[in-house]
Design a protein around this ligand. Structure first.
Ligand code: KIV
Ligand code: ZN
Length: 502
């Protein structure tokens, strides 16, 4: 049985999804979860692109134990030096450098010939190698690159010190038989290929990213680059949960597995959804809300008799636990802490105090507190940003023959300001009041409400995405009152925008 390395790029390629920008705290939170999940490598960012990305990589390198921490770098001196600065304190570190190799990119984007691209690639791999042993090189747009030249580049970068060569299907153009054959050809024609791990990085433009990655494994690839929920540039990247569960479920065929603790998949998926504001479609494989529900009577009949009739993966294997009533108003601190522990959360005393306070408030509003409610409480705790604006009070009135009106009080740097506005509906009225108090000029690009658990007293969760100056962020709010949750989400998004300006 081979072990396929999982290289997670949720924090780099995943963050390239429109609206998925994350702050340092959020990236750290995801990185910690990726470590619990058991990924081998975390691509924590692209150090040269912004001071925020640089800091995030550095922080993750200092605080997250287990996986190799990696920064992306173009094949340029300054990029590689910056990547090194960002990862140097991490106990296990990697520089991932890349250069385009396809004729289309070299001719139209770089205006250089193959020899020059080869020279730059080799030189930059050597530079990266002078800082760190673990160097990955990607010939970008590999699937549209002349195969002879791709073999030549692969051989040369391995000779220069690359320990992993990653073959990206940058524009999601390949199909499984072709991509598998490409990986096979590299193994046959590159004489020093056994000195490096061959990785694959597939985009999902034709919906084939997972299939292509699996075809590559069948032909010798030893590392898969992927993201949680398959988020990423355009149609996204290979989805981690799909590729991992395909390998696990069909290990008979692949004769390969990964180091992933699959029971952490659902929690990772939910966390990424919450932080990026990118929801998962209900019928998405493995992590979609319907992935384990059976509607047809014939299927239900079969399942009741024997699970394997219609179930190829046990829901518990991916961390899906049945919603059950766990805590309520009378539950004490000890029960609260114990249940959090059972769900895999270890909080410091301070974090526990704040979370318990929130829990008590929630328990006053809601009879039964489910595991999902607890997870939402903890996530709120984790995703806080510096609060320039804080919601102090709100009052709403709306009805059949009444124009919806919202009076909101917000504290801005110690001063409380109150305003009243009207709107088409109560949410419109509160958003107008918040905008008028804060004087902000962002556009609302997404507003989504969902119930975390069932029942009319369910905790409602709202995601608001705002855009300003070509930057977009997603804010979250949870409350038993969805109007309050909406105000919290809007203010959370404004705080994130404000934090990005500082
Ligand atoms: O898709 C791509 O080619 C990339 C490279 C940087 C590996 O993301
Ligand atoms: Zn990519």
């Amino acid at each position: 049985m081979r072990t396929i390395r999982i290289f997670d790029t949720t924090l780099r390629d995943g963050e390239q999804s429109p609206g998925a920008a994350m702050n340092i705290g959020e990236k750290l939170q995801i990185a910690k979860q990726l470590a619990r999940l058991g990924v081998d490598i975390i691509e924590a960012g692209f150090a040269i692109t912004s001071p925020g990305d640089f800091e995030a990589i550095k922080t993750i390198g200092g605080e997250v134990e287990g996986p190799i921490i990696c920064s992306l770098a173009r094949a340029k001196d300054a990029d590689i030096k910056r990547a090194w600065e960002a990862i140097k304190d991490a106990p296990k570190r990697r520089i991932h450098t890349f250069h385009s190799t396809s004729e289309i990119h070299l001719k139209y984007q770089f205006r250089i010939d193959q020899a020059e691209a080869l020279r730059r690639s080799v030189e930059m791999v050597k530079l990266a190698k002078s800082y760190v042993d673990d160097v990955e090189f990607s010939p970008m747009d590999a699937t549209r690159t002349d195969i002879g030249y791709l073999c030549e580049v692969t051989e040369a970068v391995i000779e220069a010190g690359a320990t992993t060569v990653n073959i990206p299907d940058t524009v999601g153009y390949s199909i499984p038989s072709e991509f598998g054959a490409l990986i096979k050809t590299l193994h046959e024609r590159v004489p020093n290929i056994d000195k490096a791990i061959i990785a694959v990085h597939c985009h999902n433009d034709l919906g084939l990213a997972t299939s292509n990655s699996l075809a590559a494994v069948l032909n010798g690839a030893g590392q898969i680059e992927c993201t949680i929920n398959g988020i990423g540039e355009r149609a996204g990247n290979c989805s981690m949960e799909e590729v991992v569960m395909a390998l696990r479920t069909r290990s008979d065929l692949f004769n390969a597995d990964t180091n992933i603790t699959t029971e952490e998949i659902m929690r990772s998926s939910k966390l990424v959804t919450k932080i990026t504001g990118m929801s998962v479609q209900p019928n998405k494989a493995i992590v979609g809300a319907n992935a384990f529900s059976h509607e047809s009577g014939i299927h239900q009949d079969g399942l009741l008799k024997e699970k394997s009739t219609y179930e190829i993966i046990r829901p518990e294997t991916v961390g899906l636990h049945k919603t059950k009533y766990v805590l309520g108003k009378l539950s004490g601190r000890h029960a609260f802490k114990t249940r959090l522990g059972e769900l895999g959360y270890t909080l410091s005393d301070d974090e526990l105090n704040t979370a318990f306070e929130r829990f008590k408030k929630l328990a006053d509003q809601k009879k039964e507190i489910f595991d999902e409610d607890l997870e939402s409480l903890i996530a709120q705790e984790d995703t806080t940003v510096p609060e320039l604006y804080s919601l102090e009070d709100m009052h709403i009135s709306s009805g059949f023959n009444e124009q919806p009106t919202a009076t909101i009080k917000i504290k801005i740097g110690g001063e409380a300001i109150e305003k009243t506005e009207h709107g088409d509906g109560p949410v419109d009225a509160i958003f107008k009041a918040i905008t008028s108090i804060t004087g902000t000029k962002s556009n609302l690009i997404k507003y989504e409400v969902k119930a975390i658990t069932g029942g009319t007293d369910a905790l409602g969760e709202v995601v608001c995405s705002l855009e300003e100056d070509n930057k977009s962020v997603s804010g979250h709010g949870a409350d038993t009152d969805i109007i309050v949750a909406s105000a919290k989400a809007y203010i959370n998004a404004l705080n994130k925008l404000a934090a990005r300006k500082r």
